[in-house]
Design a protein around this ligand. Structure first.
Ligand code: P1T
Length: 383
C-alpha cells in the first residue's frame, strides 16, 4: 500500500501486503529455517531465517510504518534489541542514560557493558541543559526512557535530540511505556527507537519480543549486521503474534489511557494513599511536557500508600484479585507489581531509592477491563 495512512489505519495495513501465494490476509507463519535455491545464490530474497524471514519482514515493516521510520528490526526480546544498539559502540565510548529506567536496562549497561569498557553516566534528565557537562569527544549515545519505569517521569525528547545533534551524539528512545500511539520519537528528532514489544505492541502477555526502528540507512545496515551476526532474532510465531497485537494497538491504548485516568484520580482522592505518579495529573512535575509530547498519558502508574511501610504495600498487592501480581505490563489484563523486589531488584537499593523507587512503591499496568471492576478491586485491597 503506497498511500501514507493515518495512524489508526497504519496499525492495520502499514507496510503490509496480502500474501502472494494464496492472498491470505494475514502473513503466513513461515516456520522455516531455510529456503530452496535453484543455483547458489538463486533465491527469492530469503536464504536463512536468522538473517531474514518473511513473517519477520512483515512485522519489521509494520513497526517502521507506525513509528514513521524507514526501517524496522525485530529481536528475541526488548533486552536483545537494546543490546544490539549498545553493540554499535567501542571500549572507551561513553553513554549518557536516564537515571530512572527499567532494572534490566540498568543491569545490561552496568553489569555487562561496563565490563567491556563502556562508560555510562546515569543522569536525571528533568533539566536537559544539565546534560551538557557530560559531553566529551568520547560521547556516542544518549539513552532516554520516557515515561520512565516505574517513576513515570517524562524526558523532553525534542530538546535532548537537539543537544545530541549539536554534540554529534546519537539519541535512542526506549518507547515501551508510551508506544507509538502516544509518541513517535523519530518525529521529535531521535535517531533510534527501541521497544519491548512484549508490552503494549504485542499487547496480550503472550510473547517476548523486541523492536528497533531507524530512518538512517547506514545505521540500519550496522544494526542489521549485528542482528544477523549476534543472532538474537525472534521466531516467526512471535512475529505473527506481535503483528496481530499491533492491529489493535490504537483501540487498546485508548482504553488503557481512559482507565488509567480513572484509577489515578481514584487513588489520588483515596484517604489511605499518599502519592500517585501519573503524568496526566496536573500536579505531576512534568505534566505540561507530557501534554506537549504525548497524545495522552498512558496506561502505567505508580503509587505509595500513606502508611509508608513495606508490609502495607505487600499486603495491598497480595489482596488484589483482578489485578494480577506479576512482572511485565502493557497487556489487556491489569497487573500490579512491587518494583523494589521485582522489576527493579537488580538495581542496588541506594541507587534505586535515589530515583524514588522505595520499598513502598506499587506499580500498576492498568488493563482494558471494566473500570468499575478495577476500582472496586483496588478499593477492597487498600481497605
Ligand atoms: O522484557 P523485554 O522484552 O526484554 O524488555 C525489557 C524492557 C525494556 N524496556 C522497558 C521500559 C521495559 O519495561 C522492559 C521490560 N520491563 C518489564 C518486564 C517490567 O515489568 O517492567
Amino acid at each position: 500500500m503506497d498511500k501514507k495512512l493515518r495512524f489508526n489505519s497504519a496499525t492495520i495495513h502499514g507496510g503490509q501486503e496480502h500474501d502472494k501465494a494464496y492472498g491470505s490476509v494475514m502473513p503466513p507463519i513461515y516456520q522455516t529455517s531455510t529456503y530452496a535455491q535453484t543455483t547458489p545464490g538463486g533465491h527469492k530474497g530469503y536464504e536463512y531465517s536468522r538473517t531474514h524471514n518473511p513473517t519477520r519482514t512483515a512485522l519489521e515493516r509494520s513497526i517502521a510504518s507506525i513509528e514513521n521510520a524507514k526501517h524496522g528490526l525485530a529481536f528475541a526480546s526488548g533486552m536483545a534489541a537494546m543490546d544490539t544498539v549498545i553493540k554499535l559502540f567501542q571500549p572507551g565510548d561513553e553513554i549518557i542514560s536516564t537515571h530512572d529506567l527499567y532494572g534490566g536496562s540498568y543491569r545490561l549497561l552496568t553489569q555487562i557493558y561496563k565490563k567491556y569498557g563502556l562508560k555510562i553516566h546515569f543522569v536525571n534528565m528533568e533539566k536537559p541543559e544539565t546534560l551538557v557537562q557530560y559531553f566529551n569527544d568520547k560521547t556516542r549515545l544518549i539513552w532516554i526512557e520516557t515515561p520512565t519505569n516505574p517513576m513515570m517521569n517524562i524526558v523532553d525528547i525534542r530538546t535532548i535530540a537537539e543537544l545530541g545533534k549539536a554534540h554529534d551524539t546519537l539519541v535512542a528512545v526506549d518507547n515501551t511505556f508510551a508506544s507509538p500511539y502516544l509518541q513517535k520519537p523519530l518525529d521529535l528528532g531521535a535517531d533510534i527507537v527501541m521497544h519491548s514489544a512484549t508490552k503494549y505492541l504485542a499487547g496480550h502477555s503472550d510473547t517476548v519480543l523486541g523492536l528497533i526502528v531507524v530512518s538512517d540507512d547506514e545505521l540500519q545496515e550496522k544494526l542489521a549486521f549485528i542482528q544477523n551476526s549476534s543472532g538474537a532474532v525472534p521466531g516467526p510465531m512471535d512475529c505473527f503474534l506481535t503483528l496481530r497485537g499491533i492491529k489493535t494497538l490504537h483501540l487498546r491504548m485508548q482504553r488503557h489511557c481512559e482507565n488509567s485516568a480513572a484509577v489515578a484520580i481514584f487513588l489520588q482522592q483515596h484517604p489511605k494513599i499518599k502519592k500517585v505518579y501519573w503524568p496526566g495529573l496536573v500536579d505531576h512535575p512534568n505534566h505540561e511536557l507530557a501534554k506537549n509530547q504525548m497524545k495522552a498519558f498512558g496506561g502505567m502508574l505508580s503509587f505509595v500508600p500513606k502508611s509508608g511501610d513495606l508490609k502495607t504495600s505487600i499486603a495491598i498487592v497480595e489482596k488484589l484479585k483482578i489485578f494480577t501480581l506479576a512482572e511485565s505490563l502493557g497487556g489487556v489484563e491489569s497487573l500490579a507489581g512491587h518494583p523494589a523486589s521485582m522489576t527493579h531488584a537488580s538495581i542496588p537499593k541506594a541507587v534505586r531509592e535515589k530515583s524514588g523507587v522505595g520499598d513502598q512503591l506499587i506499580r500498576l499496568s492498568v488493563g482494558v477491563e471494566d473500570i468499575l471492576d478495577l476500582i472496586e478491586d483496588l478499593d477492597q485491597a487498600i481497605a
